[in-house]
Design a protein. Structure first.
Length: 127
C-alpha cells in the first residue's frame, strides 16, 4: 500500500478547498493508472497500425505474384499455340496463305511483321 495513502487512512488528514488528502491521493492514483492505460492504448494502436500496414503489403505482394504468374502462363500458352500452328504449317496440314492472311490482319508493328517475311514469300508463291 502506498505510504501517503496509508497515512491518509490512519492520520488526521487535512482538507484543501473541501478536498481531503485521501481524496487527493485517490484521484492522483486514478490519474496515474489512466495515464498508464492511455500510454498502453497508444502503444497498442501504433502496433496495430504497423501490423495492418504489414498485412496490406503482404496482400499486395500476393496479388503481384499472382498477376505475374498469370502473365507468364499467358505468354507460355501463346508460344505453345504458335509452335503448334508452325508445326502444322511445316507438315502441310495447315495452309501458309491462311497464316500469312492472319498475320496481315493482326500484326501491326513493322518489326513484328518482319518475323513473318518467310511465311509471306512462301504464301505468295503458293497463290
Amino acid at each position: 500500500m502506498n505510504v501517503a495513502f496509508a497515512w491518509c487512512l490512519f492520520g488526521d488528514g487535512w482538507m484543501l478547498d473541501g478536498i481531503s488528502q485521501c481524496d487527493l491521493h485517490r484521484w492522483l492514483r486514478s490519474r496515474r493508472r489512466t495515464d498508464r492505460l492511455g500510454g498502453r492504448i497508444s502503444t497498442l494502436e501504433a502496433r496495430l497500425k504497423q501490423l495492418k500496414a504489414r498485412q496490406s503489403a503482404l496482400e499486395a505482394r500476393k496479388r503481384t505474384v499472382a498477376q505475374r504468374r498469370q502473365r507468364q502462363d499467358d505468354v507460355r500458352r501463346n508460344i505453345l499455340v504458335g509452335a503448334i500452328v508452325f508445326d502444322k504449317v511445316a507438315s502441310g496440314e495447315f495452309q501458309k496463305a491462311t497464316l500469312w492472311g492472319w498475320s496481315q490482319k493482326r500484326v501491326k508493328r513493322e518489326e513484328d511483321r518482319r518475323l513473318f517475311e518467310g511465311v509471306e514469300r512462301d504464301a505468295e508463291g503458293m497463290r
